[in-house]
Structure formats: C-alpha cells, structure tokens
Ligand binder design. Sequence first.
Ligand SMILES: [Zn+2]
Ligand SMILES: [Zn+2]
Length: 362
Amino acid sequence: MMNEADVTPWAGQEVIDCHFHERATDEGLIAHLDGAGVSGALVLAFGDFTARHASLAQTHPGRILGWARGAKIVPSDVDPEGDGTSAAFDMTSETTPDAVTQLRQLKLGGWKGFAETGGPLEVDSPELQRAYALAGELDVPVMMHFQATAAPGQPAYGIRGFSRIEDMLKKYPRTRFVAHAPDFWGGIDARYRDGGMYLLDAVVPGGLSDRLLADYDNLYGDLGAPSALLQLRRDLDFTTAFLERHRSKLMFGSDCGCADGQGTPPDAPAWPVATGAAPADAGAGRPAAAGSAAGDADRPAPEPKFDAQMAAAMQTAMMALGGLAGKCIARELLDVVWRTTSPETFHDLVSANARRVYALDS
Ligand SMILES: [Zn+2]
Ligand SMILES: [Zn+2]
C-alpha cells in the first residue's frame, strides 16, 4: 500500500511557506520544509532572527528567504523581560521614537514585515494604527491574526473587529495588510460574523472577506492554519472559484507545528493539551453544534510565555481538535490547493505572491 505521505505532486516546484513559525533548531526548520516538499520559507520569529538568518544562509542556502516578527503577539509579549523581544517591536508604546531607524536596520538583516501580529487589540486601536503607519513607511506587510473570540482556556491573542478593517484599508493605502485566522476565513461566507463559529456546509457567497479582497488592492490573505484548511475543504467548487478570483491576493503558509512535514507531533510539553484547552484556530473551527467558545470567555486566561516550544504545543492541540492529528497542515493545504487550481494559479498561490508581497528578493 502506498504511504500517503509519499505522494507529493508538487515536488520539484517552488513552494514558499510564508507562515512558518520558528523552531528551536536549524535542523528542525529544514526537516519540516523537506518533509512537506517545501522549497523555502519566511520564518515567523519570536525575537531578533538576524544572526540565525545569516547563519542559515551559509548552512542551508536558499531555504530561509527572510524572517518576520509581529508588532505584538500575545499579552505576555508586552513584557520586555525574558522573551527576547526587542524594543523596536514594542509598538504598544509611543516611547519608541526611533522605531523606524531600528526597523530599517533589521531590514538589512532579512526582516520582511510585521508577522504574526496579534492582540488583544481592536483592528483600529492606536497601537495597531501605529504599526500600519510604520509598515507603510517601511514598505513591509503586516500579517494579522483576526479572532474576536478566544477559545476556552486560551489567552485572547486575536485582533478584534475584522468586520471594521475597511476603514483601515482606506486610511492606510500604502500598507499591505495580510489577513489570517478564523474571522478572516469564516468571512468567506455571507452568514459569518466576527467571533462566530465556523460554518462547514456549502458556502453562501457574498462574504465580507471575498468582497474586500476584490475591492482593495492592499488586502491579502494567508492560506495557513486549520482556519484556512477547514474553510477551503468545505465546498470545493467555491474554493476553485475563490482561489482563481483572488489568485494574486492569496499566499500559501502552513502555520504547521509538526516535527517533520509528515504529521509527527513535535517534541514539546503538552500545554495546553493537558488542560483540555483548545487552541484558538481549532476552537473556532469546530462546528457550531459543538458549543460556543464564548461561554468560557471569562475564565481567567493563563499567562504562558509565548515561544517556540509553546507554539509547537499549541499547534499539536490545534491539529488534534481540528481532526488533523497525525497530519501535516502544510501537506493538507498544498493538497487542496493543488486539486482545486490550474498549474499557473497554483504557482501564484504558493510562490509568486509571497515573493512579491513580502519582497523576498530585495
Ligand atoms: Zn495566527
Ligand atoms: Zn507539518
């Protein structure tokens, strides 16, 4: 019997993963790319990745095409102590007057943008507007995790108010906004509202995300995480048309935490699996019948340190609850995109768009 993992129809093509969270070791980074049939990646780092980026360019030429760092990811991230966050990334404060100077320096070391940017913040908060303005000035994108409702037991690290992003798209026309996570992907359906539970039946056309992608040159979407995968799988006819309609606006990213690009769970502590808590993407990905996450929203949130190890643990829980245990999200996403697009559209979605939007060649 043929091993499913051996089937890699995109082998030999350029495939860029632009939602690839940092791993503890260089070998861990490359193992996931190799296992999933991915040629290169933009690393979403947890701190200043400049030195490691330079070292990887020597040891694994052409595999790591740049790195990014969110303007703000989780509440614990605000604490400048202990997590490697440089002051340049603390956009929650107006006390970083030389942010532009610092960020220009980081661009010389391979920094490509504010990714992944989270909350808890409103989409039009002063803090995020400062990040949008900086992104426009520096000519880098800002990739955002849109999720108004925290999953049970999880910190509320999503940005709220995706449905109000239109004002920001108008106000910051030079800024490239890259949307990701449940409220963006849920929004492909006309019935979806911010913070809702995913619908998994046939898509009702006319969703906000679909309209905004068509109407605004500066809005893009990230094809990563179970949030994208579950939505792309639910109605393949819709998916084919949606991917074709926005073939210059969507970019493959995996947000996969597996160890090897084959679905093997990472070697990481079981938090938050042991507490029974659902990770954000998976929680919102459950069908509505499974219950609402909102009922647990006022439970005190843990304040874990958000680093590579925790990201891996959250990814493990996400995969289990999304019905993806033992699967590599990168492979699953590439499979659905491969099956629903022409070779030309596939190339744009998995390679050309990422190179352009994140300016990977500059
Ligand atoms: Zn995210
Ligand atoms: Zn994987």
